[in-house]
Ligand binder design. Structure first.
Ligand code: MSP
Length: 507
């Protein structure tokens, strides 16, 4: 079955930071895993370029919005490249294909009587591009703020409305019938109680600015930026052309989002789609937020972390590993350099890197650089194989539930097991006393390393690719199924090169 995985499309009012990199990375790992399973995958990311917030950012930069969005969108495209995201497409909402899709969706909703013209009067936060009810606001120094801390302004203008209130009952049934639609569970509860409290019709057009997709037949209105933005997920699948080659990927399997935008994805989006007769997505996973060294990441504090600088300093794969290992996916977490260094040095360099280096150097030195043949398993090998034999299934189970940290814990638990095994078996000492057993131990360790490198490819594609090279695994056979075929005895292995560089720390 084909798989469709998305990231949010990022606003181009700002440069990319570690929060953006995080969501994209999670989506990338799942996309790569599904490909390793042999599945066909469509993985989408891109930029959200319309709306008042972007228009204002362009004005502040003294630029025309088109010129401004071209420039900032490019930063996100470069980030995707530098993060080695395996996205199959990069969508920009200023593209013609997207305008066509938005207008087609609008027309379909209008045709079905889901849209009417009225007046919007209420509180709007430009920073969130969201409307808020008066009961949601707090007041400070005479100004009003949304629960997100964004200032709100009173807006009164003619507006088209989407009959969201009508979909309340359907949404609640949909959540009940699809308990996995919103994850984690805590977010699902939140969304459900919000919907139970009652939904009002949603204002879906604005007249006070022009940077957006014009409403068909009434170009004084531009579409509400969230209707525009959410539509990107079907634009890229070819909508409105349901005969398009990519339409078979719809509905999306997982929309990865931050917890800040779960409401838009879990309430508005399925309602828009259902109202237009289009299947809703299968799942929305909302992850938590990163703070930086204990502080909220913010423009005013100037503490936003540039992922490119981190890649420069630590290397891409240690960063990819750290982000998904440090915090249970779904929870908030804190980004501290010290923790990154500890994990890189302890788990990657001393744990996995050292195991590979020790094993491969011994094969080099004691076996003439040739892989020993498969050997029978003795009782002493049972502990090692317990975790290796179950590895693909247990990592797959975790990843298919988006539990990235659990997947990594499982693998590194086994790596610790294997490090214990090498220490206990002492293959270096067996050379004189029992060379056949030495060969068997090294072969078992090679089997373990090959399994680790194979399942870790989605997390650390470059480094695990090099590890598989060193293990003599042919580049065309590195999928999960390849683990069922044993490598021939005598396979020539190149002299090993350390996989991870340790970071020196002041004692
Ligand atoms: N343009 C909308 C999304 C439209 S999707 C149809 C948007 N863009 S955004 O640029 O503000 O990006 C928001 C996303 O960036 C969050 O949902 C989250 O995925 C990620 N993050 C931004 N800051 C973050 C942290 N501090 N921590 C973790 N992720 C965060 O909203």
């Amino acid at each position: 079955m084909p798989t469709y995985i998305t990231t949010p499309i990022y606003y181009v009012n700002d440069r990319p930071h570690i929060g953006h990199a995080y969501t994209s990375l999670a989506a990338d790992v799942l996309a790569r895993w599904r490909r390793l399973e042999g599945g066909e995958v469509f993985f989408l990311t891109g930029t959200d370029e319309h709306g008042q917030k972007v228009e204002k950012a362009a004005r502040d930069a003294g630029m025309d919005p088109k010129e401004f969005t071209d420039r900032v969108s490019e930063h996100f495209r470069v980030l995707a490249e530098r993060m080695e995201l395996s996205n199959d497409d990069f969508i920009r909402t200023t593209e013609e294909r997207h305008k066509r899709a938005c207008q087609a969706l609008w027309e379909e909703l209008a045709r079905r009587g889901e849209i009417y013209l009225g007046h919007y009067e209420g509180w709007y936060a430009v920073r969130d591009e969201a409307f808020y009810g008066p009961d949601e606001l707090t007041e400070r120094d005479g100004a009003k703020y949304a629960p997100t801390g964004a200032p709100v302004e009173w807006v009164r203008e003619p507006s088209y409305f989407f009959r969201l209130s009508k979909w309340q009952g359907w949404l609640l049934r949909f959540y009940e019938d699809n308990p996995d639609f919103i994850a984690p569970q805590s977010r699902r509860n939140e969304v459900m109680s919000f919907v139970r409290a009652g939904l009002q019709d949603l204002s879906i057009s604005r007249t006070s600015f022009a940077w957006g997709v014009p409403v068909p037949g009434d170009p004084a209105h531009v579409m509400y930026v969230w209707l525009d933005a959410l539509t990107n997920y079907i634009t890229a699948a070819g909508y409105p052309d349901e005969a398009a080659e990519r339409w078979r990927f719809w509905p999306a399997d997982v929309h990865f989002v931050g917890k800040d935008i779960v409401r838009f994805h879990a309430i508005y989006w399925p309602a828009f789609l259902q109202a237009a007769g289009i299947a809703p997505p299968r799942r929305v996973f909302a992850h938590g937020w990163w703070t930086i060294e204990g502080q909220k990441m913010s423009k005013s504090l100037g503490n936003a972390i540039d992922p490119l600088a981190l890649i420069e300093e630590f290397g891409l794969d240690p960063l990819r590993y750290f982000l998904l290992r440090e915090v249970p996916f779904g929870n908030d977490g804190d980004f501290a350099r010290k923790s990154l260094v500890n994990r890189l040095n302890g788990e990657l360099a001393d744990g996995l890197g050292n195991l590979a280096q020790r094993t491969l150097s011994l094969i080099q030195r004691n076996c003439g650089g040739e892989l020993p043949g498969e050997a029978g398993r003795s009782e002493a090998d049972a502990g090692l194989f317990d975790s290796i034999d179950a590895l693909v299934a247990s990592v797959g189970k975790a990843l298919n539930a988006q539990l990235f940290h659990t997947a990594l814990e499982t693998v590194f638990h086994s790596v610790r097991e294997a490090n214990g095994y090498i220490t206990q078996q002492q293959p270096w000492a067996l050379k004189r006393t029992d060379p056949a057993r030495m060969a068997a131990v090294l072969r078992h360790l090679h089997t373990a390393l090959r399994a680790y490198a194979t399942v870790l490819q989605p997390f650390m594609p470059g480094t695990m690719g090099r590890m598989l090279d060193q293990l003599g695994v042919p580049s065309e056979g590195r999928g999960l199924a390849s683990l069922e075929t044993s490598l021939p005895a005598g396979t020539a292995l190149p002299p090993p090169v350390p996989l991870f560089r340790k970071i020196e720390t002041a004692a």
